[in-house]
Design a protein around this ligand. Structure first.
Ligand code: TRP
Length: 327
């Protein structure tokens, strides 16, 4: 069966952009693929973390993934740091990628020059080598991640090809799969930029675990425009198009088709809020249940890590042998 692998960082709260853009898609893929999903806590360490907060975020993210529908029986769900092959293979990756290639990564350039970054760790620089290890350790065919990860997948493919040509067939070359359209969720206040975990009060970001009354308010206050026509046109009408995209992602109806059903912004905002709330309600309820028993989550994650390690150990052994390390 075709294998998919994806990873998500346990930093900050999950928002509906993550949910509708990535997780709903992961959830569906479980039916047709051999799916491996990873909470990448080692990647989170590339920026400074409070230990207690990191531990809590890691468990909460795993619970949220399960609440969304990731089923630890059907898929492999695990935490990166519990499978030691990840940092081990990452070293081989670091020795197969060049300083120049890593220097050209836009994610590194962005993060290392941000005003809020007062310490640029070496891990932030070698981040793509660890990501390549994550993916290649599972003989992954398909990586379902957003367009922002394009460069990271490209460099993973380059590393795998270089390794294979230097040391013989070792790794499967993975493909990038961008989630279907309609899943592009923009900030409700600044519809020209992606919804993100901004600091402090974030009127443009709707969190998966947010109070549902607040969710409604945020949609009611969403930025639209002044010409009062409901039309799906991302360039000319980014705010309205964003609402239509979100409504579309929740209902499965195409945004153009939805646009025809509305004359005014008010009802569009109301219906979008309602549709999002309907999606969030059962997720929040399930999360509450799971959050009440963190020991059970930790047990499930251990089982997941054992399953992951069984695959990763074979692939690491293959890579070590081919590169000339003693087994
Ligand atoms: N870099 C990814 C992100 O920020 C997270 C990630 C780490 C990942 N390892 C991965 C995604 C492996 C897919 C596959 O979203």
């Amino acid at each position: 069966m075709t294998r998919v692998f994806s990873g998500i960082q346990p930093s900050g709260e999950l928002h509906i952009g993550n949910l509708l853009g990535a997780l709903v898609n992961w959830n569906k893929m479980q039916d047709d693929y051999d799916a491996v999903f990873c909470v990448v806590d080692l990647h989170a360490l590339t920026l400074r973390q409070d230990p207690e907060v990191l531990r809590k975020n890691t468990i909460a993210l795993a619970q949220l993934l399960m609440a969304v529908g990731i089923d630890p029986e059907r898929s492999v769900l695990f935490v990166q740091s519990q499978v030691p092959q990840h940092p081990q293979l990452a070293w081989l990756m670091e020795c197969t990628v060049s300083y120049g290639e890593l220097s050209r990564m836009t994610a590194f350039k962005d993060k290392s020059t941000r005003d809020s970054t007062d310490f640029v760790s070496a891990g932030l620089f070698t981040y793509p080598a660890l990501q390549a290890a994550d993916i290649l350790l599972y003989d992954t065919d398909v990586v379902p991640v957003g367009d922002d990860q394009r460069q990271h997948i490209e460099i993973t493919r380059d590393i795998a090809e270089r390794f294979n040509s230097r040391y013989g067939e070792t790794f499967v070359i993975p493909e990038h799969r961008i989630p279907p359209a309609g899943a592009r969720v923009m900030d409700l206040q600044h519809p020209d930029r992606k919804m993100s975990k901004s600091e402090g009060e974030s009127p443009g970001t709707v969190f998966v675990l947010e109070d549902l009354k607040k969710v409604e308010k945020k949609f009611k206050r969403a930025v639209t425009d002044s010409d009062m026509e409901v039309r799906y046109d991302i360039e000319a009408k980014p705010g309205v198009s964003n609402l239509l995209s979100i409504l579309s992602a929740c209902t499965g109806t195409a945004p153009e088709e939805l646009a025809a059903e509305y004359e005014q912004y008010g009802p569009l905002k109301g219906d979008t809020a309602e549709a999002v709330i309907e999606v969030l309600k059962p997720i929040q309820a399930r999360f509450e249940e799971l959050a009440a028993d963190p020991a059970e989550t930790e047990r499930l994650l251990k089982v997941g890590a054992d399953k992951a390690e069984a695959i990763a150990a074979d692939v690491l052994a293959r890579a070590k042998r081919n590169v000339g390390l003693l087994g």
